[in-house]
Write a protein that binds this ligand. Sequence first.
Ligand SMILES: [Fe+2]
Length: 450
Amino acid sequence: MKILGISEGFHDAGATLIKDGKILSASHSERISRIKHDKWLHYTQIDYADKIAFFEKDWLKRTRQWYAGQQRKKSRINYDVSFYHHESHAASGFYTSKFDSCNILVIDSIGEWDTVSIWKAWVKRGKPRMAKIKSFKYPYSIGLFYSAITQYIGLNPQEDEYITMGMAAYGEPIHYEIMRDHLEYHNNHKGIRYLPSCFRNEDIAASAQSVVEDKILELVNEYCLHENLIISGGVALNCVANTKVAELGKNIWIMPNPGDCGSSLGAAALAYGKKLNWIDPYLGTEIKRDPKIKEIVNHLINHSYCGVANGRAEFGPRALGNRSLLADPRRDVRDTVNEIKRRQKFRPFAPSILEEFADKYFEGPMNEYMQFVSKAKHDYSSVTHVDGTARVQVVKQNCKSILRPILEEWHEQTGCPMLLNTSLNIKGQPMVDTWQHALDFEKKYKVKVF
Ligand SMILES: [Fe+2]
């Protein structure tokens, strides 16, 4: 039976098609429509399916929107079954995990009413079960608080939160108490209305980040006693906070697309009723080209950077080698790549490293999906943040991306086992999806794409 899970109507619409436990495709609307954070599905994502599952309860969401004074357009798609917003977030984690039992911590901005929920999950007679053990409801919201801070410091809410996280390393958490007060006692849906003008943005970001980290650790320590922990919801993209949780010694699984787009997968999984066969996040549009590895590496050696668009697009916000802009981390390429991507100068880049060398060059939690930060034990400044950390992608031997053979050849020729890896897009625009997008990118931004 084919099941289509869909999420749309707020931001970052997505669709996941599964058949008998296999994920056939999972895609992000913005990549196809080319509208950043597109909240509606593109017609090409609506495939034939025996059942269509929606990621939230429309009627319940309307009660909260009525309370909050918001208006909303209903999904235009007729679905067969729907699940609660946080239930879909939780399932996107549990149904793709290897855990037989665990806790699930869901933290996002807002769905229906829940903004934080904690679950226990287990498998009974082959069937996954989830039970909510605690929830916090709107207007209290860690996600809305972080978005309000993002907006206050002049960035785009629901989009630039990761920039706020990066900026935090440049500040000191000297306004911690004020930020904590905002989180606990204010309705941050209305934004942060006033902070003294003498406050530096970097210190505001650092203080907010510190408050969020502490709050997450408190939630984990109080409610998530199982050694296995799944983190889901948009806040699970905060890799600095994830790292603090990992340091508690938990086994952590975060599906690479833990936000609302990934909830399309959660809804499909719930409708299926059994765990899915998770292999990797290369689930989107396919480009079949197989470029020559030696040619790519020679280009990197001679020109410092290039794009790669090959295989299926990653499901999730991180480019993991199939829609990536790669660069030589041994050179001072940070400003050049930031300029190409029209990004702020302080923005750090992530390294992708052969798994055999990961422990030699980095210390701390790291995995194949760039979900944690670890301490750099090398001098490659282009891939090291100001605080000495990096959001590492460990490229495993069985990684299906072309990135693996590129790194092997790169290491062979240069002795360096890592490359700078950033998404193949310009700031504020969706990632390259098709080969035509790649050609357009090459022409417009003068970056050779393989
Ligand atoms: Fe959500």
